[in-house]
Design a protein. Structure first.
Length: 154
């Protein structure tokens, strides 16, 4: 059973890394296009643009922290610590970080995108993943409460 869990966790980590790499490659093309458009424009940069870049940078840091929390969760499970409050907290942290950072980042990006349906379609997919992780965290919390009640039963 542990071998299956390890395989699935490694697969999930590889897919997460592949998603980040694909996002970076796509963003680099858009960055280059924006850089050229900005170099040819005569309008000065706005405060909102700089503020938006800071928010996106903070969201990237939150995503890195989320990835680290997920890795810590996997290591806890591999060490035999499955139903612990630490794992519940890690899963809740991962879920909320994904949901909040995704909504904030896509809200900041919305004014500059021509096709909002495509943008928010991607955002909804990521938010659903975060909500699924929150559901898993609540299932772990229920399991912890049941475990504690069982230990108190004579």
């Amino acid at each position: 059973m542990k071998k299956k869990l390890n395989i699935l966790c490694v697969l999930m980590l590889v897919l997460m890394i592949a998603g980040v790499v694909m996002t970076i490659l796509g963003a680099s093309d858009e960055f280059h296009k924006g850089w050229e458009d900005g170099a040819n424009a005569t309008e000065p940069s706005t405060l909102f643009g700089a503020f938006g870049m800071i928010i996106v940078f903070i969201c990237c840091i939150v995503y890195i922290y989320t990835f680290a929390c997920f890795v810590r969760f996997i290591l806890n499970v591999n060490n035999g610590e499955v139903f612990t409050w630490a794992n519940v907290d890690l899963l809740r942290t991962v879920g909320w970080c994904i949901v909040v950072a995704t909504v904030v980042m896509f809200a900041i990006m919305s004014p500059d995108i021509d096709n909002l349906w495509e943008l928010w379609g991607d955002a909804i997919g990521v938010v659903i993943e975060g909500i699924f992780i929150l559901i898993m965290a609540e299932a772990f919390a229920i399991g912890m409460k049941l475990k504690e009640e069982q230990e108190l039963t004579i």
